[in-house]
Design a protein around this ligand. Structure first.
Ligand code: NAP
Ligand code: MG
Length: 397
């Protein structure tokens, strides 16, 4: 390697897996260079969460990062880790700095059959990660009265719209988005489609929401026509927009193999549906792509707290490390591509192949055995599963 990967270490069971993956699957095979940031909760607390900001800035500097799952503190974590503050979600902080879009795709393995019979290629969900209902303002209306939407410009000029004349109690909600954020979402999607040579679908409810959702549709179309159309045509891939109702029907009938761009709420809900239909979150890749081409790879699942507590008690765990391994391979492949190191890119592919072959050969973790059609699977503990992948990798290499 010539340029280091930005390594963002994390918490609990995934932190344990992180170390095992480095020792068993990376360090013996490649000249691994990383710039290390400890995003474990204890160190975030010690640095007043500055380490998270620094790691995101390093990602901007080097272009590729790999992140371990991290705890987002809640009340219980305050006392567990004796925290100075209820620090924000590291993913939220990193996203705000990189301004990205999250792409999630299932890892397909023989023996783990999608619930939708014709899905034989992965469907990648691209979720806009800013605004809408996630930044809403709500009022519980107590009784009779008038609700209005008011925008006051800097010069004091007002635009007003009547929301509803209430004749009894009710509810209202205000949401927003910005043209800047929508445009960067669009560019991240078009760029990722080109990168992975897949069609891009985008859908909203523009027939009902003639200004809000329609603006999403228009911004995507303008950016496509001006900046990406030519490249798409050259690669033989397609961008198309359709109504969200039509999109869900087409998705179910499709064979997969495309990117489905979703507004924030649609992406939240649809990615859970798609992930469940393909298997589960421990068989998903996840990457945050910023509009200026920064890539941050992670697993889609959390820190697997329950397994960690068992591990602390000295009990055996059988935690699936595949999503975390694929975070590393995604980052190594991208680094190899950016720096023109073919051997590194090849290694990433071979390590992914080793994971898939190991499971297809009947060696897996407990959670995988529950969703696999394999008849007599060998259920391995966390470390032995990684060691089995190493054995397969050595054969491939
Ligand atoms: P989780 O860590 O995803 O685990 C939920 C359950 O899913 C586990 O208890 C386990 O089920 C199963 N599971 C998840 N990943 C697995 C794997 N790799 N192998 C086997 N089973 C797996 O979610 P959580 O328990 O709700 O959250 C724990 C912590 O993670 C929280 O502090 C949260 O803030 C954090 N989190 C971080 C991220 C991130 O950094 N990207 C994302 C989500 C959550 P069984 O116990 O039934 O075996
Ligand atoms: Mg969700």
């Amino acid at each position: 390697m010539t340029t280091p990967l930005v390594e963002m270490d994390g918490d609990e069971m995934t932190r344990i897996l992180w170390q095992m993956i480095k020792e068993e699957l990376l360090l013996p095979f490649i000249d691994l260079k990383t710039e290390y940031y400890d995003l474990g909760l204890a160190y975030r607390n010690e640095t007043n969460d500055q380490v998270t900001v620094e790691s995101a800035n390093a990602a901007k500097k080097y272009g590729v990062a790999v992140k371990c799952a991290t705890i987002t503190p809640n009340a219980a974590r305050m006392s567990e880790y004796d925290l100075k503050e209820m620090w924000k979600s590291p993913n939220g902080t990193i996203r705000a700095i990189l301004d990205g879009t999250v792409f999630r795709a299932p890892i397909l393995i023989k023996g783990i059959v999608p619930y939708v019979g014709n899905w034989n290629k992965p469907i990648t969900i691209a979720r806009h990660a800013y605004g809408d209902v996630y930044k809403n303002v709500e009022i519980k209306v107590p009784g009779k009265g008038k609700a209005e939407l008011v925008f006051t410009a800097e010069d004091g000029a007002e635009v007003r719209e009547l929301i509803h004349q209430f004749d009894g109690a009710g509810i209202i909600q205000g949401i927003h988005n910005t043209e800047k954020s929508i445009a960067s979402f669009a560019r991240a999607c078009f760029g990722y489609a080109i990168d992975t040579r897949q069609d891009l679908w985008f859908a909203t409810k523009d027939t009902i929401s003639k200004k809000y959702d329609h603006t999403f549709k228009d911004i995507f179309q303008e950016i496509y026509d001006e900046e990406y159309k030519e490249q798409f045509e050259k690669l033989g891939i397609e961008y198309f927009y359709t109504l969200i109702d039509d999109a869900v029907a087409r998705v179910i009938r499709s064979e997969g193999g495309f990117i489905w761009a979703c507004k924030n709420y649609d992406g939240d809900v649809m990615s859970d549906m798609v992930a469940t239909a393909y298997g589960d979150l421990s068989m998903m890749t996840s990457v945050l792509v910023s509009p200026d081409g920064v890539y941050e790879y992670e697993a889609a699942h959390g820190t697997v707290q329950r397994h960690y507590y068992k591990h602390l008690k000295g009990e055996e765990t059988s935690t699936n490390s595949i999503a975390t391994i694929f975070a590393w391979t995604g980052a190594l492949r991208k680094r190899g591509e950016m720096d023109g190191i073919a051997k590194l890119t090849e290694f990433a592919g071979k390590l992914e192949q080793a994971c898939i072959k190991t499971v297809e050969g009947g060696k897996m973790t407990k959670s995988l055995s529950l969703i696999s059609t394999c008849e007599n699977p060998t259920i391995l503990n966390s470390l032995d599963f990684i060691k089995a992948i190493r054995e397969t990798l050595e054969q491939i290499l």
